[in-house]
Design a protein. Structure first.
Length: 147
């Protein structure tokens, strides 16, 4: 992976988490099942917490002015075009897409941790673990609802 500035990596991370929140919010709106709604409401809330936390950490890291938009490195993560088409897929497909995106995000954050040091590295290592936990939660949800 080519090098990326800390500011760009943080902007990308914020975009990844916002994309995931938007996806999970749409799953909540599209579901009539209270259990499914509760699961994805929780996932969306966690993604918003990540956006807020990353923004706070960015200020502490003195990453400077963040770029206005994410770069192409995040298109294959949680901002994939499939996230926008949730209205046209069933729940099993949505869970599969979410799982793929969470795993991709974990790999992206892990790569970013290899390119950074100190507190920035800690940020990306923590994000890697968070995405892995999201993937585990999605696997448990999938296994329960689609054995």
């Amino acid at each position: 992976m080519e090098t990326v500035t800390l500011g760009q990596a943080i902007r990308n991370a914020i975009a990844v988490e916002k994309g995931a929140k938007k996806f999970y919010d749409r799953l909540v709106r599209n579901s009539k099942d209270p259990e499914v709604q509760a699961f994805f409401e929780n996932m969306a809330a966690q993604e918003q917490e990540h956006v807020d936390w990353i923004s706070d950490v960015a200020e502490k890291l003195d990453a400077g002015d963040l770029p206005q938009s994410p770069d192409s490195k995040v298109h294959g993560v949680e901002r994939a075009p499939g996230w926008c088409d949730v209205d046209d897929i069933n729940l099993a497909e949505a869970v599969s897409l979410a799982l793929e995106a969470e795993n991709s995000a974990a790999l992206y954050y892990d790569a970013m941790s290899d390119m950074t040091q100190g507190a920035a590295r800690d940020l990306f290592l923590k994000l890697t673990k968070i995405e892995e936990q999201h993937a585990e939660a999605l696997i448990a949800f999938r296994d329960k609802h689609f054995p």
